[in-house]
Design a protein around this ligand. Structure first.
Ligand SMILES: Nc1ncnc2c1ncn2[C@@H]1O[C@H](COP(=O)(O)OP(=O)(O)O)[C@@H](O)[C@H]1O
Ligand SMILES: [Mg+2]
Length: 341
């Protein structure tokens, strides 16, 4: 495991400190000695496939379940010894919306405010304020069951913000969302982060981690397998894939051969994907990108579009562990219904 320290805050305190955390379910070691840190005012991305232990980690850190061994503190409170104080400092958004479908957006937020001991007046004011902030004022009176996926997720985020949490857990906040809705959620999270929130975000998407996180902890089967800044991790997994769409899809094969035969320094593994009309070229640097595109231009190939994309989670795992992630059959039924109260 590599440890790369590039704390942008230079010495800010840890909001979350986890050491040697262990949680078993029968024979399953859901957490097998996890260490991680989230510094105040930063976003830690916890990246891992289905079944890696992400939700178990979030549940331990929310005091919803008790770890078998190890220690964890959040905002200075111990998860085992000070659960009540700890719960007051956190907000939690699960992969599945925790809102009550029959209640309106406003009623959901008001109810949670009351559960958190706000006075009627304060609960009302907080509900209004958060609906406004998450662009839900117009839908405030409608039952949540009539909300779109994006509106629900925004209501869920709003609900997790009611108690003004010092630390926010987002457990796969965009899994299962369409790209447009995902962008809406990302915008909201980025706004919260800009305002100084400390966030522990779990995700299966490298792209999401890149958008939102400062630091990354990669976990697999309950173990931390890599730890560090996003750029360091990307460098480690070997950069990006250059995608080229030719004007004439019939030339894909000829283009792939031209690149392979040119033997450009460090460029290998070019693949034509006829189904998508794309050429995939793994690259490590901007110089290689320029060389590939220059070569194709010089040979007279027409290019309709070029783009680059980051490695997928599978590719990240392959680079770190030499194997694909151990995937579970399907999403476990780890619905988080509880609201931190
Ligand atoms: N309540 C539970 N009872 C039994 N096994 C569980 C329970 N919760 C999680 N697990 C198992 O622990 C492992 C980690 O699960 P989880 O933390 O939900 O992973 P992730 O959130 O990364 O998909 C999986 O093998 C899962 O099946
Ligand atoms: Mg999960």
């Amino acid at each position: 495991m590599t440890r790369i320290d590039n704390n942008p805050e230079g010495g800010a305190a840890n909001a979350v400190t986890v050491r040697g955390l262990v949680k078993h379910f029968g024979d399953t070691k859901a957490l097998d000695g996890v260490d991680l840190d989230v510094r105040e005012g930063t976003v830690l991305g916890v990246l891992g496939p289905n079944g890696a232990g992400k939700t178990t980690l979030v549940r331990c850190l929310s005091t919803l379940i008790v770890p078998d061994a190890g220690t964890a503190t959040v905002a200075g409170y111990d998860v085992v010894k000070q659960p009540r104080q700890l719960r007051r400092t956190i907000g939690l958004t699960g992969q599945y919306a925790s809102v009550d479908e029959k209640l309106s957006g406003w009623e959901n937020l008001y109810m949670i405010g009351r559960l958190l001991d706000l006075s009627r007046k304060d609960a009302r004011a907080r509900a209004d304020e958060l609906l406004e902030r998450f662009s839900l004022t117009e839908a405030a009176k409608r039952p949540a069951m009539n909300y779109s996926g994006g509106m629900r997720r925004r209501l869920d985020l709003a609900a997790s913000m009611i108690g003004n949490p010092a630390v926010l857990y987002l457990d796969e906040p965009t899994t299962g969302l369409d790209p447009r809705t995902r962008n809406e959620v990302w915008d909201e999270v980025q706004r919260m982060v800009a305002e100084g929130a400390t966030v522990l975000l779990t995700t299966q998407y490298m792209e999401e981690a890149e958008q939102l996180a400062n630091q990354l902890t990669v976990i697999d089967r309950g173990k931390v397998i890599a730890n560090g800044g996003i750029n360091e991790l990307k460098a480690k997994v070997g950069g990006r894939t250059l995608q080229i769409r030719p004007t004439d899809p019939g030339q894909l094969g000829a283009m792939a051969r031209a690149i392979t035969e040119a033997g450009l320094d460090g460029v290998s593994g070019t693949q034509a994907v006829p189904d998508e009309g794309l050429l995939n070229v793994p690259i490590l640097s901007d110089e290689q990108l320029t060389a590939v595109v220059g070569l194709l231009g010089a040979r007279g190939f027409g290019i309709a579009h070029i783009g680059t994309h980051l490695p997928s989670l599978d590719e990240v795992f392959l680079a770190i562990t030499g194997q694909k992630p151990t995937l579970q059959e399907s999403e476990s039924d780890d619905t988080i219904q509880e609201v931190a109260a």
